[in-house]
Design a binder for this molecule. Structure first.
Ligand code: ATP
Length: 240
């Protein structure tokens, strides 16, 4: 069976500076694929290119049986691929409920209310804080809002970019549990994470990037200490 997401020989440049070199990877339906790599290795650029937020210079991206290379970000979102950017991707000046309303604005009118209720059922804190400005929520609550926005209308695949950045360990754990719950609903997850061991505990497979290229890929269970040490190098935070 074809993969849900299939990235083939993708390259991305920022002006004259190439950030991604000939990267290929796949994610099958229901899988969690971790993308690991040192700071600046190109993880966010790869995620942004897949999501249509930066153009690729060559290569292709197929999603759910369609070629989405060069499509606009909102078209890719519509096709069922949601990107949660590093830094949360919420509107800090709007209230919680306004953030949720914006997330479902593209849905048919009759489906918007139930979609918002679904997000609040998943993360009841969003209901309690519905009139609070999103920017005044705690870091963990902001990530719940980011996830609630995405899961209100469940996508087929989520790319979660460093959702644990800046969160306390206990809050990080609840973010991971929410991602695990999404996976149990059948949502495919591409997980970009600084907490390598926690990411690997959730992941089926792992792709390691170094200087914009794939340096290792394989089963998460095979990404043992030697692999991580050789391909991620010193200075990478290995545990939550
Ligand atoms: P981090 O973990 O620090 O977020 P990353 O692995 O996600 O790193 P990217 O942010 O994708 O890496 O960066 C990859 C390379 O592209 C780096 O050399 C970075 O300086 C460069 N880069 C990223 N964004 C831009 C941009 N908007 N313009 C120019 N260069 C950029």
């Amino acid at each position: 069976m074809a993969s849900l997401l299939s990235v083939k020989n993708l390259s991305v440049s920022y002006g004259p500076a190439q950030a991604i070199f000939d990267v290929s990877l796949t994610a099958d339906a229901g899988e969690v694929v971790a993308i690991l790599g040192a700071n600046g290795a190109g993880k966010s650029t790869l995620a942004r290119a897949i999501s249509g937020l930066v153009p690729s210079s060559s290569g292709s991206v197929e999603f759910d049986g369609a070629d989405i290379t060069g499509k606009l970000a909102h078209q890719i979102r519509r096709a069922g691929l949601s990107y949660i950017p590093e830094g949360r991707g919420i509107f800090p000046g709007l209230s919680v409920i306004e953030n949720l309303r914006m997330a479902v604005a593209q849905e048919r009118r009759a489906e918007r209310g139930p979609a918002i209720e679904r997000a609040i059922d998943m993360f009841p804190i969003l209901g309690e804080r519905r009139h609070q400005r999103a920017g005044s929520l705690s870091g963990g609550e902001q990530q719940m809002l980011a996830l609630g926005r995405v899961l209100a209308v469940p996508p087929k695949l989520i790319i979660a970019d460093e959702m644990s950045l800046g969160l306390a360990p206990i809050v990080t754990e609840s973010v991971f549990q929410s991602l695990d719950a999404a996976r149990q609903q059948g949502i495919t997850i591409v997980l970009i994470e600084q907490f390598v061991h926690r990411a690997l505990s959730l992941a089926d497979r792992c792709v390691i990037l170094g200087r914009g290229a794939v340096t290792w890929s394989g089963a998460a269970a095979d990404a043992g200490p030697e692999v991580l040490e050789s391909y991620l190098g010193a200075g990478t935070e290995l545990s939550a």
